[in-house]
Design a protein around this ligand. Structure first.
Ligand SMILES: Nc1nc2c(c(=O)[nH]1)N[C@H]1C(S)=C(S)[C@@H](COP(=O)(O)O)O[C@H]1N2
Ligand SMILES: [Mo]
Length: 538
């Protein structure tokens, strides 16, 4: 195209929409190609997911816990959406700053790509080969950016060249020749853009299909019924007061609270899973899923609680867990005296430190669980296997997708939340909650029924009391004690006069400790304080 030479250099400038589009298409190509390669070398190596994971792992504890509390299970979609917005903005900037030469955009694309490489490199659970995914993304992003930029610039040149020749040239022949060149390069740019967009989409879909084809769901469906050799006695009729407004005694799996740092739920087939017990032990032992399944299974009802649960919060649920006594497995390894912590690692690299004496204590009843409420563990609750230990907050006990238990000293290894400012020792605190009426409920003045929950896992609840405003504490009716390791329900009827009042609850455990009124934050070892609700009686 002769017009390329004719156009003065300062006129060779991309329009804003075109520059922006190039940035976006380069981003799409990078993410699509990265996802495609990740589908084959390790799903979580997809640059987008790796960067999001990196953000989770390196956000200040306060931010992560705040997100867990306020966003609940939405914390992950919100994080992903936020990251997507940031990437789109950066892509727009990359285009913006490259209207004349591609240099600034190329640098930005390179920096973003390098961030993806670094995020994958930083993960302990991904091998070297998984670096191929972010590297491919970086190369694709740069190549697409550079190529589209060159194509578009030659179109703009043709365009501006045509405009110039319209002014200067008098012959119609020249004009039509220039318009022809402009049309051709516009078509070329459009074709390239559409091709990149379609290719990126297809790459992402193929990567998604390939990466999730080792789906754990099929493997879970093939497990078949888990029948404990020792079942729990049937639940007493008054294990809960669900009819009066307490939660059901056993939480249905679909309603069980979920807390973890995994942006992509780890997909491990039972056949591919194993658990290694090592470190300060007499002999290293490894168990396969079949090894565990073929042992006599026990069933135990245990209420899990998250340390980041606020007073009155929802991060507590109860299930009947099916599995084996952890103490039996540990006996086979022969844990040496001197071991202070059981350092558990999940397949996704999350880690957890439990006091070794608690893990070893038969009377405590720690389990390696493979079943939950009669089914194999749901994938998001740790399939194929997880740890369950009564009486300890989840972050120091309840490792999901567990693959390694290393016995060691406290100063040798720092678990995930410990290194982020949470306590080393974290027994669950005695607490209680009003479930009905919910806060700020309008009620009819007169007799008002309240119902709720109290827990002091591994100690047991002795008493629950409720009061209206500053009135006397009145004892509530307690549900049957199913186990000291599970929550207990309560209900009471209060006389509530017209007006706005506050009802408060407090529990006393079987050690004689009554919940303190003092409000403490969840950090570093669990919230304290009395839960209260405001009643608007008319
Ligand atoms: N692999 C893994 N296991 C984990 C966590 C995690 O982030 N990753 N979070 C722990 C925390 S903080 C809690 S409270 C419990 C929650 O278990 P659930 O999601 O089954 O309710 O899991 C624990 N196990
Ligand atoms: Mo937790």
């Amino acid at each position: 195209m002769s017009t390329l030479q004719e156009a003065p250099p300062e006129a060779r400038r991309l329009s804003l929409p075109v520059a922006t589009l190039i940035g976006l298409l380069a981003l799409a190509a990078a993410l699509g190609v990265g996802h495609l390669v990740a589908g084959f070398v390790g799903y979580t190596a997809s640059p987008f997911i790796a960067v999001a994971n990196y953000v989770v792992d390196h956000s200040p504890t306060a931010v992560v816990k705040w997100a867990e509390r306020t966003l609940g299970t939405w914390d992950k979609p919100v994080l992903k959406a936020g990251l997507a917005v940031v990437l789109v903005l950066l892509a727009l900037l990359a285009g913006q700053f490259s209207r004349r030469t591609p240099r600034a955009g190329q640098v930005l694309v390179f920096v973003l790509g390098a961030a993806g490489v670094a995020a994958v490199y930083a993960r302990s659970d991904l091998g070297q080969v998984s670096l191929l995914a972010p590297v491919a993304a970086l190369v694709a992003g740069l190549a697409v950016f550079t190529y589209l930029h060159r194509t578009a610039l030659s179109r703009e040149s043709a365009h501006q060249g045509a405009a110039l020749s319209r002014e200067s040239a008098h012959q119609g022949a020249a004009l039509s020749r220039e318009s022809g060149a402009q049309g051709a390069s516009r078509r070329e740019f459009l074709r390239a853009g559409v091709g990149v967009a379609a290719g990126s989409g297809i790459a992402a879909v193929v990567g998604q299909v390939a990466g999730t084809s080792t789906n754990a769901e099929d493997s879970r469906a093939a497990v078949g019924p888990l029948v404990p050799a020792r079942t729990e006695p049937p639940l007493p009729a008054d294990a809960d007061f669900a009819k009066l407004g307490s939660p059901p005694f056993l939480t249905p799996n679909a309603d069980f609270y979920r807390i973890d740092t995994a942006l992509v739920v780890p997909q491990i087939r039972a056949e591919d899973w194993s658990l290694k017990i090592h470190g300060m032990v007499d002999r290293e032992v490894t168990f396969s899923y079949a090894d565990i399944r073929d042992r006599p299974l026990v069933e135990r009802r245990v209420t899990l609680t998250c340390v980041s649960n606020e007073v009155g919060g929802p991060l507590i649920s109860n299930a009947a867990w099916i599995g084996v006594d952890l103490a039996d497995l540990l006996d086979e390894a022969g844990v040496r005296p001197g071991a202070e912590q059981m350092f558990a690692t999940s397949v996704d690299g999350w880690t957890c430190g439990t006091p070794a004496n608690v893990a070893l204590d038969r009377a405590r009843g720690a389990m390696l669980a493979i079943g939950m409420n009669g089914e194999p563990l749901p994938v998001e609750h740790g399939f194929p296997a997880r740890i369950v230990i009564p009486g300890l907050y989840g972050y120091v006990s309840a490792t999901k997708w567990v693959e390694s238990l290393e016995f060691t000293r406290w100063d040798a290894r720092q678990a995930y939340w410990l290194s982020r400012g949470w306590a080393e020792q974290a027994p669950i605190k005695t607490e209680s909650r009003i479930d009905t009426p919910s806060g700020f409920a309008g009620v009819t003045a007169g007799k008002v029924r309240l119902a709720g929950t109290a827990w002091a896992q591994h100690t047991g609840i002795a008493k629950v009391e409720v009061r209206l405003d500053q009135g006397p504490w009145q004892p509530a009716t307690l549900s049957a004690e199913v186990s000291k390791d599970t929550w207990r329900m309560w209900w009471i009827e209060l006389d509530v006069p017209k007006g706005t009042h506050q009802a408060s609850v407090r529990a006393t455990d079987q050690d004689g400790y009554t919940q303190t009124e003092n409000r403490a934050d969840p950090v570093p070892d669990g919230a304290t304080g009395w839960h209260s609700v405001t009643l608007d009686a008319r």
